[in-house]
Design a binder for this molecule. Structure first.
Ligand code: HEC
Length: 191
């Protein structure tokens, strides 16, 4: 008899082996455990009549900014006076430093340390072909307004990709501060 009780106990103790830790060994009411509730982003089990929906076409997240001139391609087509340097961004040492730092991340590979269009990715194929437009001391960059440069950073130009989704509007203006500094230096030391 004692032997049988021992065997039964042993069986019970083994029955919980092999079940992952954190789960009850035996589920007496599994319906509550495996709830039929639809999780966020799960497949629409209601056949399009309920459950999680896709956002309406054209919806943007609340912290996304709508760029007013997104339908304009070429910077020359910007309305004059439409986009001007914001007065809140002062020409402080910190803002120049931030612009310089961002410039070295996003612009330097093509435009180069001096803004002369001779960055490390410019050269013979498979590199990007040099175009004089990339030299900030030459036309058109030399004559461009701050707003036109802002538009170029936001939308891209020719082989230049758009950086609107990567660089915040504030940082775009700070980069322009630095670009102006490079232009000043380049014009003082013509190549
Ligand atoms: C992948 C290379 C690349 C990067 C990175 C890049 N550019 Fe350019 N950029 C170009 C090329 C190529 C052109 C010449 C475009 C053309 O006219 O075809 C250009 C042109 C320009 C012009 C002149 C506008 C024009 O239409 O010619 C400005 C101003 C400019 N870039 C600013 C910037 C700034 C500021 C950054 C950093 C935020 C940047 N670029 C990053 C490649 C690049």
């Amino acid at each position: 008899m004692k032997y049988k009780i021992f065997l039964t106990l042993l069986l019970f103790s083994l029955s919980s082996c092999g079940i992952p830790r954190g789960f009850p060994a035996l589920q007496f009411f599994p319906d509550m455990y495996d709830s039929p509730a639809v999780e966020a982003q799960e497949e629409d089990v209601f056949g399009g009549t309920g459950g999680p929906r896709n956002p309406p076409v054209g919806a943007i997240s609340i912290d996304e900014e709508v760029y007013e001139y997104a339908s304009i391609r070429a910077f020359q087509d910007l309305p004059s006076g439409g986009l001007t340097f914001p007065s809140e961004i002062k020409k402080t040492k910190e803002n120049y430093a931030r612009g310089e730092e961002r410039y070295h991340i996003y612009c330097y590979p093509c435009h180069g340390a001096q803004g002369r269009g001779n960055g490390p990715v410019i050269g013979n194929p498979p590199r990007i072909a040099y175009t004089p437009a990339m030299d900030f001391s030459k036309s058109p960059a030399k004559e461009m307004t701050d707003g036109q440069i802002y538009h170029t950073i936001t939308m891209g130009a020719g082989q230049m990709p758009a950086y609107g989704s990567q660089i915040s509007p504030e940082d775009r203006w700070k980069i322009i501060l630095y670009v102006r500094k490079l232009q000043e230096l380049a014009l003082k030391t013509p190549n």
